[in-house]
Design a protein around this ligand. Structure first.
Ligand code: PRP
Length: 212
């Protein structure tokens, strides 16, 4: 009997696109399309079980083995550095991590740079590599407000279309890293459920190649 693959999907728009790809690849689970507040769905026929998880929590479920596999943005993987295998770039949810500041503002290099961000670890790593001293101001959302109100000099945040920056008179100063959704695996599950995982990987890869 084939083992169930337990898969943590990021709740929200990205998760829906990711699920579409899994479905097209033969790993569908029709009950997931039914409206409601349920969080766990399984398909006995193809032995998959999906969970809707808060996007930033996906690595925790996978690292601790509550899920065998999961899909997380590279931004989240860079921030939490979970002990998981990164198996595949799904090419979805493409955006970038960037440093932005007020349009035209001159940044003083003689002072500790104040950086507002949800990505504190990424900020420390990025500026650490540049040998630059920073004061990290950890925020949980609406990061763009920080430089406008003088709470920080710059922000390090996700930029997708650039609209949020533009509408708030901010501009990109430095590119930090490209971001896209990645398939990640629990290390033990990857060994114990190798056959099932390989089948999923092959189907996803084939589908991604075909849509290129
Ligand atoms: C994200 C990010 C930016 C925005 C970028 O915010 O933090 O604010 O999207 O997208 P854009 O370049 O297409 O404008 P999110 O919507 O996740 O909300 P948040 O403020 O709670 O982080």
């Amino acid at each position: 009997m084939k083992e169930y693959l337990n898969i943590a999907l990021p709740k929200g728009r990205l998760g829906e696109k990711v699920y579409d790809l899994f479905e097209k690849s033969g790993f569908g689970c029709p009950s997931i399309r039914e409206p409601g507040r349920k969080l766990v769905f399984e398909n006995e026929n193809n032995r998959v079980r999906y969970f809707w998880v808060k996007p930033s929590d996906v690595p925790i479920y996978v690292e601790r083995g509550a899920a065998d596999l999961g899909v997380a943005g590279k931004d989240i993987l860079l921030e939490y550095e979970p002990e998981v295998y990164e198996l595949l770039d799904l090419g979805l949810g493409k955006c970038r991590l960037a440093v932005a500041g007020k349009k035209g503002a001159r940044l003083r290099s003689d002072r500790t740079l104040r950086v507002a961000t949800k990505f504190s670890h990424v900020a420390r790593t990025y500026y650490g590599a540049l040998g630059r001293d920073i004061d990290v101001i950890h925020l949980n959302g609406s990061i763009e407000l920080a430089p406008i109100l003088g709470l920080s000099d710059v922000i390090l945040d996700i930029v997708e279309t650039g609209t949020t920056l533009k509408e708030n008179d901010l501009e990109v100063r430095e590119e930090v890293a490209p971001v896209s959704a990645r398939l990640i695996a629990n290390k033990a599950s990857f060994a114990f459920k190798k056959q099932e995982t390989d089948a999923l990987l092959a189907a996803l890869t084939k589908n991604l190649e075909a849509s290129k």
